[in-house]
Design a binder for this molecule. Structure first.
Ligand code: ZN
Length: 360
């Protein structure tokens, strides 16, 4: 894989080497070697990092790394990964400790008793199923329903009318998608995630430009990156519109849904190949095709503050530790150990005082 990357971009080996994702109060960065999630804790503003090896099933099984197939594999991995890093980031923020320090309510006790340690998993699983159902309703059922209202059934046989119907359905999907992103960006927590998303892009740009990773250098970079998950989603939506106009304009109802589901991997595979290509090339053609995805980033990224940029830099240096060997990774485990020790000595000191007071 490395050989391939070198062949494709002899000018800049840094292009496409790191990718990332914004999480709750932090950024996850991923290099071919390892993944690092850096989060700023809500209690004392310390940045803590969790790392794990960057493994993909594609490196294990060559067949999964073939063009088109790798896009589908990547999407599935991306979903699982982004979900697990999001969950990890909420743990790392240190909110749970604050919550648990308070007296649990009756309902919390009941949950604890029935689900115990698995509580977080149950809640996350439930949220994921709910999210998938919501996505299917919003992006598949709603546009189909509205399109059927606009176009009367007796026109179903008409060749051009059917193609127009497909186009309308596709445009509706795009509008719903943009609206969805826009309305979520109005929520304070999501807006902060979008700011961290901006910090992630800027830091990657800074690294790819070969500049030193300082807050000043990163701040100057653009927050719109052509190789981004949002662009990927958008390219996929466009491809699905083209595919539906070209291949299934005369089929409606359940068969249509089935055909669309079957064609979905094709769209995903093609979309991924495009994003991969776009990440390594910079010419007018790529810029033209990447433009809608970049416009979307006007919603999904915001200008970050310097504290957020700092977190993104820590994540990048931790993920690329072979390049930034002098950088000391602020591991979360070490932070928690120190905190535990400090708590112990404080307790011992308090206990000592207590004894002193008792002695006459
Ligand atoms: Zn992005």
């Amino acid at each position: 894989m490395k050989k391939n990357a070198e062949k494709n971009c002899p000018l800049n080996p840094r292009l496409g080497k790191v990718g990332g994702q914004a999480v709750m109060e932090g950024v996850m960065m991923r290099s071919p070697k390892q993944m690092a999630t850096a989060v700023r804790r809500t209690d004392d503003q310390t940045i803590v990092v969790r790392t794990q090896p960057s493994t993909t099933v594609r490196s294990k099984y060559k067949i999964l790394d073939l063009p088109l197939i790798r896009g589908v594999v990547n999407l599935v991995e991306m979903f699982i990964l982004s979900f697990s890093t999001l969950t990890a980031s909420t743990e790392m923020m240190g909110l749970e400790e604050e919550l648990y320090s308070e007296e649990p309510s009756k309902f919390e006790k009941w949950l604890e008793k029935h689900f115990g340690k698995n509580l977080m998993n149950v809640v996350s699983g439930f949220a994921m199923v709910l999210g998938i159902l919501l996505a299917m309703g919003l992006f598949i059922a709603l546009p189909a329903f509205v399109t059927n209202l606009i176009f009367p059934e007796e026109l179903d046989g008409d060749f051009w009318m059917n193609r127009l119907k497909c186009l309308v359905e596709g445009v509706l999907k795009v509008l719903i998608f943009i609206g969805y992103l826009y309305f979520t960006s109005l929520m304070k927590e999501i807006r902060r995630v979008y700011m961290y998303h901006g910090a992630e892009h800027k830091t990657i740009f800074c690294y790819e430009a070969g500049l030193e990773l300082t807050v000043e250098n990163v701040r100057k970079q653009s927050r719109f990156h052509p190789r981004c998950g949002t662009s990927f989603m958008f390219v996929m939506v466009f491809l699905s519109i083209i595919v539906s106009i070209a291949f299934i304009p005369n089929v409606w109802g359940w068969l249509r849904v089935l055909l669309k589901l079957l064609l979905l991997p094709v769209c995903v595979g093609l979309g991924y190949e495009f994003i991969r290509f776009a990440g390594k090339h910079d010419n007018a053609f790529v810029r033209f095709l990447a433009a809608p995805g970049l416009w979307m980033q006007r919603i999904t990224t915001r200008e970050p503050d310097d504290d957020m940029i700092e977190v993104a830099i820590v994540a990048t240096k931790s993920a690329l530790h072979e390049e930034f060997a002098e950088f000391e990774i602020p591991y979360e485990s070490e932070y928690l150990k120190k905190k535990e020790e400090a708590k112990k000595t404080e307790e011992e000191a308090n206990a000592g005082e207590g004894i002193q007071n008792e002695t006459p």
